[in-house]
Write a protein that binds this ligand. Sequence first.
Ligand code: ADP
Ligand code: MG
Length: 631
Amino acid sequence: MSTQKHAFQAEVAQLLHLVTHSLYSNPEIFLRELISNASDACDKLRYEALADPALYGDQPELEVRIATDKAAKTLTVTDTGIGMSEAEAIAHLGTIAKSGTKDFMSKLSGDQKADSQLIGQFGVGFYSGFIVADKIVVESRRAGLPANQGVRWTSKGDGDFEVETITREARGTSVILHLREDALEFADGWRLKELIGKYSDHISLPIKMEGETWVEGKEEGQAGHMAKTGEWETVNQANALWTRPKKDITDQQFKDFYQQLAHDWEPPLAWSLNRVEGNTEYTQLLYLPSHAPMDLWDRDRKAGIKLYVRRVFIMDDAEQLMPRYLRFIKGVVDSADLPLNVSRELLQESRDVRAIRDGNTRRVLSMLEGMAKDEQAAGGADAAEAANAEGKIDVGTGDATPAPEPTELHGDAVTDVVDKSEAPTAADTAVKFAEDKAKEPGKYAIFWGAFGAVLKEGLGEDNAHRDRIAKLLRYASTTAEGETVSFADYKARMKEGQKAIYYITADTPAAARNSPQLEVFKKKGIEVLLMTDRVDEWALSYLPEFEGTPLQSVAKGAVDLGDLQDEAEKKAAEAAAESVKPLLDKLKEALKGEVEDVRVTTRLVDSPACLVVKDAGMSMQLARMLKQAGQ
Ligand code: ADP
Ligand code: MG
C-alpha cells in the first residue's frame, strides 16, 4: 500500500505551530471543534441525501460516537456523516478554508499569553486536536463511494501529513487522537461527559458514549475496576438549541452556540429567540455581534443567516432572509413551511421568505430600539434604575402588533417573546451595570460604533421601516462630542422659532466643525448635526424630514433661518447687498464660468466668503464622493 506525503499549506503550518506552542487556558475546546465538524458532516449528508437517498446505504442513523482507550491512550470521535474522499481529505485537512481564520490570525500579536487566550476563545477547528494529541489519524469514507475507497490521513502536527487508501466498511469519519501524556484526562469517560454537556448539548445530533459499569474483583482482596458495557448511551440533549423552551437555555449556551455559528471569538452583544406562528411559521434565533467583521464592507460578503427547514440544515448565508443593511446579524431561521428541496432561486420568489425577512427585520429593529431605550434610561437614572432597564430588552411592541403591511404578516402572533440580552439576576444587576458603565460605553453605543454606518443604508433601502430606522440614527453635533445625538434629541433642543433640523456633511468631524458654513449657527447657538460617514449624503436624500421637521443641509442654497433671523439683521443685509452691488458684479464677471452666482450672505460671521451649492444641487460631499469613485 502506498503512502503519500504532503506538506501543509503555509498558514496551516503557522497555525499548528501556534497551537502546539501556546499555553492553553482551556485545552478542552478541541472536543467542541471535533463534535461540531461531525455535526456539520451529518448535516451535509442529510442535505445531499434529499436528492439521493441511496447515500444512506444500510446506515440510516446519523450520530456521533466518542470512544476512549486508556491503555492505548486514544480518544476517537466517529460520525456517520458525509465523510471525505482522499482528495477531500488532502484539501480540507491540509489547507485552511474556515471563514474568519485568516482574519483571526492577523489579529495575533506574537505575545504568547494573549494569543493563546485568543486562540482558546476562537477555536482553530480541526487542528485544535493537536492541543491534546501528538498524533492524529483520520479514517474516512465518503458516502456513496465503495468501501475500498476509504482514506487514512495521519499527521504529527509538524510540517506534513501522510495519506493512504484504506478499506472502510462504515461511511463517515473517525478522528483518532493519540493523547499527549499531559492530556490523559481526556481518556476519562466522566470528564468527557462533562465537556459534552458544556460545549455540545445544543448539537441536534445524538452524541453517544459506551456505558461503563463497576466490576468487583474476582477474588477476595482483588481491586474492582470500571468496564465497558457494550451499550451506547446518548449523553447530550440532542435537540437543536432553538427548538428548546427559552427558559431552559442558559446564557452560556446561547453564547457557545453563537461562537460556533459565527466563528466569532467575542461574545455577542444581544440575541433574540422567537417562535413565530400564523400564516408563516418559523423560529428565528438572531444574534447581534459586538464588533464588526473585517469584511463588513466587502460587497461579496456572505450573509449571516443559516436556513433550516424543520430542523434539516438547508444552506448557509441565506441572503434572502435579511435585508442588506442588517447584514451584520448572525443567526438561524428554521421554517416550518418551505419545501426541503428549496433552492436559492426559489427563495427569491417565495412569499414565505418575504414574510420571514420582514419578521427578521422587525425583530432586529425591536432589539435595537430596546437597547437604545435602555441607554437613554441609563443616561439620567441612577445605577439601580439603569440596571433594571438593562436587564431585559423590551420588544413587546415589535412583532406582536400586526403591521399594516405587508399583508401576509397579518395576524401573526409571536409566542415566547422574551428577548434576551445579558440578563443578570436581580441581585447583581446594580453592581454589574455600574462596573460596565465605568469601563465601556453602553451596548447601544457599542452597536452604533460597529454597525451604525451600515444601518444608515436602510434609509434608502427600506421604505417600509424608514421611520423606525431614522429614530435609531445617532450623530455628532456642534454641541455634542461623539455620535450620540438622535433626531429626537435634536428636536427637543431646537430654538424657539427654528423650523428645520440643520446638518452639515464633511469628510471628517474636524472639517465639519471648522466649516465657515457653520458660523452663523454658532453665533446664534443653533445646533448643527455633523455628518461624516460616506453614506450620509446618499442616505439622507431619502429622509427629507423627521417627524414633520424638515432636514436642511447648511451647505445648500440660501439658508433660511426663518424667525431666528431678526429684522434688523435682514435690513442690514439688504443694505449691505445694495452697497456692495458693484463689487458683486465685478466678482461675477471675474468668476464667470466657474460659479453660478455670487451673492451676499448672512451665513458668515468671521470668514469673508464661502462656497455653497444650489438647493437642488449635488452637495460638495457627494460631488467629492463621485470624484473619488472616478465619475
Ligand atoms: P470548518 O469546520 O470551519 O470548515 P475545520 O478546521 O473544523 O474548519 O474543518 C476543516 C474541514 O475539514 C471541514 O470544512 C470539512 O470539510 C473537513 N472535515 C473536518 N472534519 C470532518 C468530518 N468529521 N467529516 C467530514 N469532513 C470533515
Ligand atoms: Mg469545524
